[in-house]
Design a protein around this ligand. Structure first.
Ligand code: IFM
Length: 437
């Protein structure tokens, strides 16, 4: 492995609902995922995040795993309904206490706490009032950022406002396969705008409470047109605008792109200035590129997603394409030029059907190959002048993978859910050695 610049941040990521469990302790309110997971047929194995990895009780053990890995940073998310059970009003001290203990434990272990404020677990009471379709949710989000940073702002080293607002809009509100399960197709645009508005308002709230840098974590997927014809290229451009530009152009001061669904009547005077508040870091979550071709006649969508041939595939059937990460990082640099802030890859990882062998060891050579390829792609992008300063593996632990329940394992550490036993996989040792070097 080639050398990385001194100070490069190596980390791992998780999110609250996927690992914490303990969904009813300390006054936590219900979130949209508690509700959604209980609806028949929503989750492939019928499970919920009620227990997940029991991290809320086992955070000290998990902090020791982070220390053993030697990472310089740990990206976790804060559960909004633990802090404000109904998404409004004073912060719950007991809810904040948990993250206070976690943050202090990380610092004592020499690991920088990186906190994401919203990783999809909206308080159910806010959803009942319209959720992200309701403009007021943006103001509520800024209030939550304020009360949380008032307690943790002196110790969290990087704040991330939103995780993957594109996925929350498209899967949660466009297609209904994630919570809250709305099927609005392109009428979901207000969810995009109000998340971005909430982000901008939260940036201002965070700046008033902390000197630490502020970021957002977007999901990106470089688009490959299926053919050279004009129709496939136009379809690819439409998908690219939706997936890769809708949540980045306005953040970097360019306003909304010409993407399907964009509705200017939702955007009020001054909103774009709030959204374009300067950020210090752009978080990039990358898993795979997307193949696109022109839609069949009569399709409600201006594009059709098609499988990309010629790549190995993960247990999710996603193509393993490290070249896509290099391409994406160069594309961001070419697209945004001087407006592009420092980048940290805030998620990169893969699911495989990992299981312990007869000796109890978990060997995951495919994950090692995956990470090796993606880390090298980052190195090449840095060599080409892209300002990448960090790389976080998704994920520390196997965890509850949303609509896939417990069926997809992304961890460097295997979790046996019935016993909650943690077993570091061979990729954990590989990543530890990489970080040490
Ligand atoms: O598990 C998710 C995470 O919550 C958000 N980014 C993608 C991961 C893998 O699907």
């Amino acid at each position: 492995m080639p050398d990385f610049p001194a100070g490069f941040r190596w980390g791992v990521s998780t999110s609250a609902y996927q690992i914490e469990g303990a969904t009813t302790v300390d006054g936590r309110g219900p979130s949209i995922w508690d509700t959604f997971a209980r609806e028949p047929g929503r989750i492939v194995d019928g499970t919920t995040g009620d227990e997940a990895c029991d991290h809320h009780h086992r955070y000290a053990e998990d902090t020791a795993l982070l220390a053993g890995l030697g990472v310089s940073a740990y990206r976790f998310s804060i559960s909004w309904p633990r802090i404000q059970p109904t998404g409004a009003g004073p912060a719950l001290t007991a809810g904040l206490d948990f993250y206070d203990r976690l943050v202090d434990g990380l610092l004592a272990a020499g690991v920088d706490p990186v906190a994401t404020l919203f990783h999809w677990d909206l308080p159910q009471a806010l959803e009942d009032a319209g959720g992200w379709l309701n403009r007021d949710t943006a103001a509520r989000f800024a209030e939550y950022a304020d009360v949380t940073a008032a307690r943790l702002g002196d110790r969290v080293k990087l704040w991330i406002t939103l995780n993957e607002p594109f996925i929350h809009m498209s899967l949660g509100h466009g297609m209904g396969v994630h919570a809250p399960g709305r099927v609005l197709l392109f009428d979901a645009f207000p969810v995009a705008h109000h998340q971005l508005l909430g982000h901008g308002l939260a940036v201002a709230a965070l700046r008033a409470r902390t000197a630490s840098p502020v970021a957002i974590a977007n999901n990106y997927s470089p688009v490959r047109p299926a053919g050279d014809g004009d129709a496939d290229r136009a379809a690819a451009a439409a998908y690219d605008a939706l997936h890769n530009r809708l949540f980045t152009d306005p953040l970097l001061g360019l306003g909304y792109p010409d993407a399907p669904g964009v509705d200017p009547t939702v955007v009020r005077d001054g909103d774009l200035d709030v959204i374009a508040a300067p950020i210090d870091v752009l978080g990039v979550n990358y898993y795979n590129p997307t193949g696109i071709r022109a839609p069949e006649e009569g399709s409600p969508l201006p594009f059709e997603i098609v499988p990309l041939d010629g790549y190995p595939r993960t247990a999710f059937d996603w193509p393993v394409a490290p070249d896509g990460l290099r391409e994406l990082l160069l594309q961001l640099r070419d697209r945004y030029g001087d407006a592009l802030p420092e980048i940290q890859v805030t998620e990169s990882g893969c699911a495989y059907d990992d299981a312990p062998d007869a000796q109890g060891r978990v060997n995951d050579p495919e994950r090692i190959a995956y990470l090796d390829g993606h880390v090298r792609a980052v190195h090449e992008a840095i060599g080409a002048g892209v300002p990448v300063t960090g790389y976080f593996v998704w994920s520390l632990l196997d965890n509850w993978e949303w609509a896939e329940g417990f069926t997809k394992r992304f961890g460097l550490v295997h979790v046996d859910y019935p016993t909650q036993r943690r077993t570091p996989k061979s990729s954990y040792a590989w990543f530890r050695d990489l970080v040490r070097r």
